[in-house]
Write a protein that binds this ligand. Structure first.
Ligand SMILES: C[S@@+](CC[C@H](N)C(=O)[O-])C[C@H]1O[C@@H](n2cnc3c(N)ncnc32)[C@H](O)[C@@H]1O
Length: 410
């Protein structure tokens, strides 16, 4: 126990052990909170393990690491029970819950995230998937080549299906013409396959890599990069790409490999995913909640996948995002954030059984969560803190993350 949380009526112990780094697979309902050491170094928990199997099916900024979720699922939930994540994002809670035989429900306002979680948690016929992946890539390549050589099959495709041109300004600005037509051919063809929803994720991932951006600014590039540039990532001059096919191929193989890996761990536990605003959505009786909410003024969740929204014609619900970066982190923004979060936890906790845990993981630098808990009529029981100190890439940074553990107030 390191400190005592201020700003609450009750004195809440904050746990931050410096014992042996916790191994998620060893945690069980009897593991004391005070023994948890979640301050893993890169060596304790390398990136490859943090992004195991389907957890890295597609880039997503702002997800929590599967090991944290696994620890609290193992401590507070049993196989056959149900957990809700009202901000399921890229689906980490649902993926890890299924591995442990725990049923799960996820809500998110972003349609792309819903597509991604469905792709991760789907139950696939692996033989069919393998055949479809191959066929789709081969047909895309064949038609793309014919288009380049202006051969017959291409004009046949245009007549049979639809035009490969687009008047979408974003797409025409952010992709080289060759890359864009490869993406559009794949998009037209994928509709013919049973696994089309998964293929949209491969398409989106390839589109992300095929944009006219620098290699070191893939998250929120400001303007298209059309000329060669000095690349900080590779320490040499690099050229913006005009090729999408190589990414479609690379990510097809990677996706298939990750799905095979996860299929060995998948259970029959149910997974229900809803495209909904958590302030208002309803659910059945649940045993608890585990979530990492959006933080105030930090990330625009729709915007980080704007290429997917443009390419896949998805509905933009960004005005429903709580704490969006574009609304800033002023005093007013924080007040609005607290009210919205309290609404979410009031709305969702009423479905939690008595004694069920509501676990919120947040880098709460403004100390908003003790008050949000009060406003939502929750009882803060414990806080576990973890020091995140990652030294990889240009985004290397250091911060604290708190795991707030509440129950409903009677
Ligand atoms: C921090 S992320 C969750 C990441 C997730 N734990 C994961 O591992 O991928 C927060 C998510 O909340 C979603 N969100 C924001 N406002 C929402 C609302 N009103 N209702 C439901 N989801 C919302 C965002 O779209 C985003 O995906």
């Amino acid at each position: 126990m390191s400190e005592v949380l201020k700003n609450t009526e009750k004195k809440i112990a904050i746990y931050n052990s410096n014992g042996k780094p916790t191994r998620s697979e060893e945690v069980n309902p009897d593991t004391p909170l005070e023994s948890l050491n979640l301050n893993w170094t890169e060596k304790d928990l390398p990136e490859k393990i943090r992004t195991k199997h389907v957890n890295r099916l597609h880039p997503y900024l702002g997800k929590f690491i599967p090991q944290i979720v696994e620890i609290f699922l193992r401590k507070y939930f049993k196989s056959g029970q149900t957990v809700l994540d009202p901000f399921c994002g890229s689906g980490t809670t649902l993926v890890q819950a299924n591995e442990l035989g725990i049923n799960s429900i996820g809500f998110d306002v972003s349609e792309f995230n819903i597509l991604l979680v469905k792709a991760k948690t789907g139950n696939y016929d692996l033989n069919l998937l393998k055949n479809e992946i191959h066929e789709l890539i081969n047909r895309t390549e064949e038609i793309a080549l014919k288009k380049q050589n202006k051969r017959d099959l291409f004009s046949e495709l245009v007549q049979t299906y639809e035009s490969i041109e687009t008047d979408n300004e974003y797409l025409n600005t952010w992709f080289a013409p060759k890359a864009l037509s490869e993406l559009l051919i794949y998009k037209i063809l994928l509709k013919e396959y049973k696994n089309k929803e998964l293929f949209k994720i491969i398409l989106s991932r390839a589109a992300r890599s095929a944009r006219l951006t620098t290699h070191f600014d893939l998250d929120f590039p400001k303007k298209p990069q059309t000329e060669p540039y000095y690349c900080y990532k590779h320490d040499r001059m690099c050229q913006p790409t005009d090729d999408a096919l190589k990414f479609l191929k690379r990510y097809s193989i990677d996706t298939f490999t990750r799905i095979i890996e996860y299929s060995k761990l998948r259970t029959d536990a149910s997974v229900n995913i809803l495209h909904a605003d958590s302030r208002f959505s309803k659910t059945k009786k649940i045993d608890g909640i585990i979530t990492s909410p959006p933080y105030v003024g930090l990330i625009d969740y729709h915007d980080q996948h704007n290429y997917a929204y443009n390419l896949l014609d998805l509905k933009d619900n960004s005005e429903m995002e709580i704490g969006a970066a574009k609304n800033g982190s002023s005093k007013k923004a924080k007040e609005e954030y607290k009210i919205a979060m309290a609404e979410v936890f009031k709305n969702t906790s009423k479905h939690v059984r008595d004694e069920g845990k509501i676990i919120i993981i947040a880098g709460d630098k403004d100390n908003l969560y003790p008050e949000i808990g009060e406003m939502a009529n929750l009882n803060l029981e414990h806080v576990v803190e973890r020091h995140v100190n990652r030294r990889t890439g240009r985004r290397s940074n250091e911060f604290f993350e708190s795991i707030f553990i509440y129950t409903k107030r009677k």
